[in-house]
Design a protein around this ligand. Structure first.
Ligand code: C5P
Length: 220
């Protein structure tokens, strides 16, 4: 096809979202944050008092989820039933519950179908970012990148993002333990065949963007 699809995966705190948005701007593409979809569904379940441990209730919620997401890298739009949830989905209560929601395979299939639809409908092409984009959602993407950083760096970046007031135990809980839970359903610690690994441990933000752009250009 003539539209460009770029898949970027990585663990929590790897800088995926900000790097992916910058890469989308560089190539003039749309942008899809798939983590936001799992977070918004989790917000919806908590709001509707759906027990996230009840698989049947969870799948019903995923099927009826009234979701709207924008695809511009410059203006985030995330709505559930007309409610703007951009800030609410970043709250710790969501980060703590989201892995349970994302571990349900039927729920995943519903969101994966939706993600593939977003990608197919992106007229300008798209950068899609998450945990399983390079391997499951878009293994046929034009360029696929796994963005990592060592744990110490990811904890430090997450600490900055959260305002630097968290103690290390809370951070480890929010970053490393979530990654451990997520690794049971998605594979984002090693690059699959054909996926370019970009390790940003020793790179600043601009250098990381340049490294990902270089990896994309090499893959094209
Ligand atoms: O990327 P972010 O930290 O916002 O993702 C939130 C959660 O959504 C992850 O911890 C994971 O449980 C889930 N997720 C997923 N597959 C994706 C993207 C996110 O399971 N492609």
């Amino acid at each position: 096809t003539d539209t460009l699809v770029i898949a970027i995966d990585g663990p929590s705190g790897s800088g995926k979202s900000s790097v992916s948005k910058a890469v989308a701007r560089h190539f003039n593409l749309e942008y899809l944050d798939t983590g936001a979809m799992y977070r918004a569904l989790t917000w919806y379940c908590l709001n509707e008092k759906v027990d996230v441990e009840d698989a049947t209730a969870l799948v019903t919620a995923a099927r009826t989820f009234p979701y709207v997401q924008g695809t511009s890298p410059d203006e985030e739009v995330i709505e559930v039933g007309g409610v703007d949830v951009r800030e609410a989905i970043r709250e710790p209560r969501i980060s703590e519950a989201v892995s349970s929601v994302a571990s349900n395979l039927e729920v995943r299939q519903i969101l994966i179908d939706l993600q593939r639809r977003f990608i197919a409908e992106a007229k300008n092409g798209m950068v899609a970012e998450g945990r399983d984009i390079t391997t499951v959602v878009a293994p046929d993407a034009d360029a696929r990148v796994l963005l990592t950083a060592n744990e110490e760096v990811r904890l430090a970046r997450r600490g900055l993002q959260l305002g630097g007031t968290q103690n290390k135990d809370q951070l480890v809980h929010q970053v490393s333990e979530r990654d451990k839970k997520d690794s049971k359903t998605t594979s984002f610690t090693e690059a699959a065949p054909g996926v370019t690994l970009v390790d940003s441990s020793d790179l600043n933000f601009e250098e990381t963007i340049d490294a990902v752009i270089a990896a994309v250009n090499t893959a094209l």
